[in-house]
Design a protein around this ligand. Sequence first.
Ligand SMILES: [Mg+2]
Length: 179
Amino acid sequence: MKFNPKLDGIKLLICDIDNTLADRDSDTLYPHVAEWFRRHPDINRTTASLKFALVTNQGGPACHDAGWSISDQFPSLKQVQDRLAKIVEQLPPWTTLHVCLAYVSKGGTVYIPKNHKPTDLVADPRRRKPSPIMIHEAMEHFNISNPQKVLYVGDRPEDKEAARRAGVRFHQVKDGVSL
Ligand SMILES: [Mg+2]
């Protein structure tokens, strides 16, 4: 299997989305990822023994609304919401989605989508990975306090760092393929 996270002892699987479950520009799961979800005995639609959550930085809409000369290269909030909804439809019905819409530049400037305030949960820049906050939100939702029962799957250094800070296990992928 190209996508093969080890689930021994794991009660909660948390995945990054972009380049982990689907290409950044696609609203369809990688075929081998979709097959894994279809085949995995603990994550089919009749048993919920494995809890499942998504944790994703989506800074695109903040950049879209920033008024930069390149802002039109970034997706609007509506485009991101529509894409995420389509991806969630392809996943177990108990999936929870934890999104951070804030973008933080290398210099530390915070951008958020228009019509949002930094005090809105979804736009709170403190939640942005590599912060472990969204991993903690998923653990709280499913009432799982032992981080050793949690596996986080992601493709980027901030994914690995968020998992390290949360104390959970980490599985590295690249373009949806397990390394
Ligand atoms: Mg990613």
